[in-house]
Design a protein around this ligand. Structure first.
Ligand code: TXA
Ligand code: MG
Length: 330
C-alpha cells in the first residue's frame, strides 16, 4: 500500500510499523530503501529474506541526525567527523567500527557498521518519529530484488515487493543513485562506492588523499567485506546493457541488422538509427543520475533485447553514473 509521505498520520503509522518489527518502503534523496528497525535482528532478517540477499551482505543504518551515530559506531575518527559535519544530512555513508553487541544482523556479521543520515524530508520525519518510539536507527538497503535496478519512485518499490508492503511516497528521488560510501576504519578514507558526494569534495573536506578499494585490497591483501553495492554485476535490467563511446556506438548502429530490438541511451544523437528506440541522456551529471534508474527501467519495459548506452564523460561528477552503468553492463 502506498501512502503520501507528507501526511503526518502516514509518517506515524510508518514509525509504528518499524517499531513492530515490520518492513517499510522508505523514500530517501538517493533511492527508496526497504527499511526495518536496525536494533531488531529478527526484523532485519526480513529484509534479507524479502530481497533474496545473502545474510552476510551488510546493510546501511539510517539515523535522524549526527547524534544517532554514537549508538552504532564505537569510535569516529577525526576525518570521519569532518565528513559528517560537511555532508550530513545527505548522500554520504560512512563505514565505522561497530559498537560491540549493536545491530549485528544489519552489519551482516562485520565488526564495522555503515551509517548514513538522509536529508529527504519524509525520511527525516520517519526517523524522528521512530526515534521517539525507541527505534534509534533504521537498516535500509535499496528496495529492489538482489542484483536489480534500485527504485527511485514509490511505484517501483510496489512493483518489486507487491501491495502487502507499506510504502511512503516521497516523490522521485532527487539524487537518483545510491550514496557515496567511504570506509573510515582504515586510518585514511577509502572510497567503496562513488556517488553524488565526489572524490574532490571528500579530499577537500578531510585534507587527505582518498584511496580506492582496489588499490587498498592489492596493498594489504586484506579480505574486503562482502558488499553487494560493490559487486561487479549489479543494477542489471533484464535487457543486456552495452556501454560504448559515441564513435563505437555509431559504428555499431551502422551495421545493425533490421529488426533488431535495440534501445539507445546517449548524450549524442546518433545519425542512422531508423527503427531504433532512442532516449537522450541528460548532458548534466546530476540530471543524468537523477533519471538513470528510471530510464533503465523504462527502456527495459519496452521489451528490447539490448540497451546501448553511451559511456559518460571521464569526470569526477560522472563517476557515480559511470560506476552504475559499468556494473549494469557487467
Ligand atoms: O543511498 C543509499 O545508500 C541507499 C539508501 C536506501 O539509503 N541504500 C543502499 O543500501 O544503497 P544497499 O544495501 O543497497 O547498499 C549498501 C552497501 C552494501 O552493499 C555495502 O557495499 C556497503 O553498503 N556496506 C554497508 N555496510 C558495510 C560495512 N560494514 N562494511 C563495508 N561495506 C558496507
Ligand atoms: Mg542496493
Amino acid at each position: 500500500m502506498i501512502l503520501d509521505g507528507r501526511d503526518p498520520s502516514a509518517v506515524l503509522r510508518a514509525a509504528q510499523v518499524l517499531q513492530a518489527g515490520e518492513l517499510l518502503g522508505l523514500p530517501t534523496e538517493t533511492v527508496y530503501g526497504l527499511a526495518a528497525d536496525a536494533g531488531n535482528d529478527a526484523a532485519v532478517a526480513k529484509i534479507f529474506q524479502a530481497k533474496g540477499r545473502p545474510a552476510d551482505h551488510p546493510l546501511i543504518v539510517h539515523v535522524a541526525d549526527a547524534n544517532g551515530l554514537i549508538h552504532f559506531a564505537a569510535t569516529v575518527p577525526t576525518f570521519a567527523q569532518k565528513l559528517v559535519d560537511a555532508f550530513w544530512p545527505g548522500p554520504l555513508t560512512l563505514i565505522l567500527p561497530r559498537r560491540v553487541g549493536i545491530a549485528a544482523a544489519a552489519a551482516g556479521g562485520q565488526d564495522s557498521i555503515g551509517v548514513r543520515c538522509p536529508s529527504h524530508p519524509v525520511a527525516q520525519a520517519v526517523l524522528r518519529a521512530a526515534t521517539a518510539l525507541g527505534v534509534l536507527g533504521v537498516a535500509a538497503p535499496s528496495a529492489n530484488q538482489f542484483g536489480r535496478v534500485s527504485p527511485t519512485m514509490a511505484a517501483h518499490v510496489q512493483g518489486e515487493f507487491g501491495d502487502g508492503l507499506l510504502i511512503l511516497d516521497g516523490g522521485p528521488c532527487e539524487v537518483g543513485i545510491e550514496s557515496t560510501i567511504v570506509d573510515c576504519t582504515r586510518g585514511a578514507p577509502v572510497l567503496l562506492r562513488p556517488g553524488r558526494v565526489t572524490r574532490e569534495q571528500i579530499e577537500t573536506v578531510t585534507g587527505l588523499t582518498l584511496r580506492d578499494k582496489d588499490e587498498l585490497a592489492a596493498q594489504t591483501a586484506q579480505v574486503t567485506p562482502r558488499a553487494s553495492g560493490t559487486l561487479e554485476s549489479h543494477y542489471a535490467p533484464r535487457a543486456k546493457v552495452r556501454l560504448m563511446d559515441s564513435v563505437a556506438l555509431q559504428s555499431a548502429l551502422n551495421v545493425l541488422e533490421s529488426g533488431s530490438r535495440i534501445a539507445v541511451y546517449a548524450r549524442s544523437i546518433p545519425k542512422r538509427s531508423v527503427g531504433v528506440l532512442h532516449r537522450s541522456m541528460p548532458q548534466d551529471a546530476h540530471e543524468a543520475a537523477h533519471e538513470l534508474f528510471a530510464a533503465l527501467r523504462e527502456l527495459d519495459a519496452t521489451g528490447v533485447q539490448q540497451i546501448w548506452v553511451e559511456a559518460p564523460p571521464d569526470a569526477s561528477e560522472w563517476e557515480g553514473v559511470a560506476d552504475r552503468l559499468r556494473r549494469a553492463a557487467a
